[in-house]
Design a protein around this ligand. Structure first.
Ligand code: BGC
Length: 439
């Protein structure tokens, strides 16, 4: 049966991130972040846009929570802006920022929406430099510990980091994200420091013995081999190792995949006890899934890895739509993470959304995308993969990092020309009907 009926305890939510939606960058005592610096550097972001205003959610969070309520979501995944709480990343606490998140949490709880808080979604306080600085890991530990104590009565689900792949490899090797560097050593060093930050925070959480669960969100990248040839299979395996297992293996096995040092010919700056500190038991793993690619061995490509053409329709990001990849990734992740609970913490697509004169957005492609991916979620549950919830990316159209406002991922349209007016798209109503078991 192709219906989309999920059990009542399956968590349905939407996800966002602070820098992408909040705006109000100079309000409430917030400190500067590397994304403020990066987005204000000419040429880094499409149209030189930035997150100064974004969706103005800082001021309009009640309106946003009302949308979640109207559509029937039981959960909301959002991130704290570290620099609202510690403007310089460490030591001095900004009470106004702390209280801001109390108000947001109170509003969610009043509406029976469970908060899933991401502690770090890429907006490192500028005062800390960047993740090549090992001190960031200790600063993150202290910030996390503060949050666990401060918010433990309101928050029961914590996500340490969002997609450390992006804050290390994309930011320090590909140069597409803040701080925009292009150095492989830096990228791998940052990855290690992010892993350490995660592990230290988990340890603090356990020490406090507070009620709740803690996990991490990874953008699993498991490219498939473009043929059955041994060299293609090996290169796909290498891609998995340095894009995903570089985070999964130290957390679950206390070691890095051996290919990283041998094939990249560099040294991960592991210090005494680091691997033990990272190898901490977590309660769930978050997986962000958007697409799947195929790779082959190619002598002349960087790392001898070449992405090959696909046939599928692509999203506005140019990403192939591969719903079955979601199931493949869930199987692999489940296999590599000791059968712990899994949440899809992001899934969605960018479309060329048109606001009609009667104020509707008929985003049929996005509806089809959700439908297909949710069907594979059901299939995964039938296969006994412990998938516990699904968060659509995103509640709102928002600042899509290097793409500025040119890409829309929301189930709610944000009319940037018209005071950021919110208009629920058809896909929002579709998800409502899924939650009502009407599809
Ligand atoms: C990130 C989001 C981003 C989305 C779409 C994920 O990598 O966590 O912040 O907007 O993908 O690109």
């Amino acid at each position: 049966m192709n219906d989309l009926v999920f059990k009542d305890n399956f968590v349905f939510g939407c996800a966002t991130a602070a820098y992408q939606i909040e705006g109000a960058v100079n309000e409430g005592g917030r400190g500067k972040t590397i994304w403020d610096d990066f987005s204000h550097t000419p040429g880094k972001i499409f149209n030189n846009e930035n997150g100064d205003i974004a969706c103005d959610s800082y001021h309009r969070y009640k309106e946003d929570i009302a949308i979640l309520k109207e559509l029937g979501f039981s959960a909301y995944r959002f991130s704290f802006a570290w620099s609202r709480i510690f403007p310089n990343g460490v030591k001095e606490i900004n009470r106004e920022g702390v209280d801001y998140y109390h108000s947001l949490l109170e509003e969610l709880l009043k509406n029976n929406i469970t908060p899933y808080v991401t502690l770090y979604h890429w907006d490192l306080p500028s005062a800390l430099g960047d993740w090549t600085n090992r001190e960031c890991a200790y600063a993150f530990r202290d910030y996390a510990k503060f949050c666990f104590k401060e918010y433990s009565s309101e928050v029961k689900n914590w996500i340490t980091l969002n997609e450390p792949f992006c804050s290390s490899i994309v930011s320090h090797y590909q140069g597409r994200h803040a701080p925009g560097h292009q150095d492989l050593n830096e990228a791998i060093t940052s990855a290690h420091h992010l892993n350490l930050a995660h592990g230290l925070a988990v340890q603090e959480f356990r020490k406090l013995n507070i009620e709740g669960k803690i996990g991490i969100t990874i953008n699993t990248i498991y490219p498939q081999a473009a043929s059955k040839l041994k060299e293609d299979v090996l290169i796909a395996d290498f891609a998995k190792a340095c894009q995903t297992d570089i985070f999964i293996s130290p957390i679950f096995k206390g070691e890095y995949p051996s290919q990283i040092e041998s094939m990249l010919k560099l040294k991960i700056p592991i210090e005494k006890d680091d691997l033990n500190n990272i190898n901490q038991k977590i309660d769930f793993i978050g997986m962000n899934y958007y697409s799947e690619s195929l790779v082959k061995y190619d002598e002349n490509s960087p790392f001898k890895m070449k992405e090959v053409n696909s046939w599928q329709k692509t999203t506005e990001m140019g990403w192939s739509i591969v719903p079955k990849g979601l199931l493949r990734f869930l199987r692999t992740l489940n296999n590599d993470t000791d059968n712990i609970d899994i949440y899809i913490t992001e899934n969605g697509m960018a479309c060329n959304d048109i606001l009609t004169s009667d104020m509707r957005v008929h985003d049929t492609d996005r509806i089809e995308y959700f439908r297909q991916h949710l069907l594979y979620c059901k299939k995964a549950i039938e296969e006994k993969i412990p998938l516990k919830g699904y968060f659509a990316w995103s509640l709102l159209d928002n600042f899509e990092w290097a793409y500025g406002y040119s890409k829309r991922f929301g189930i709610t349209y944000v009319d940037y020309q018209n005071n950021c007016k919110r208009i629920i798209k058809d896909s929002g109503y579709f998800l409502r009907d899924v939650m009502l078991s009407l599809i």
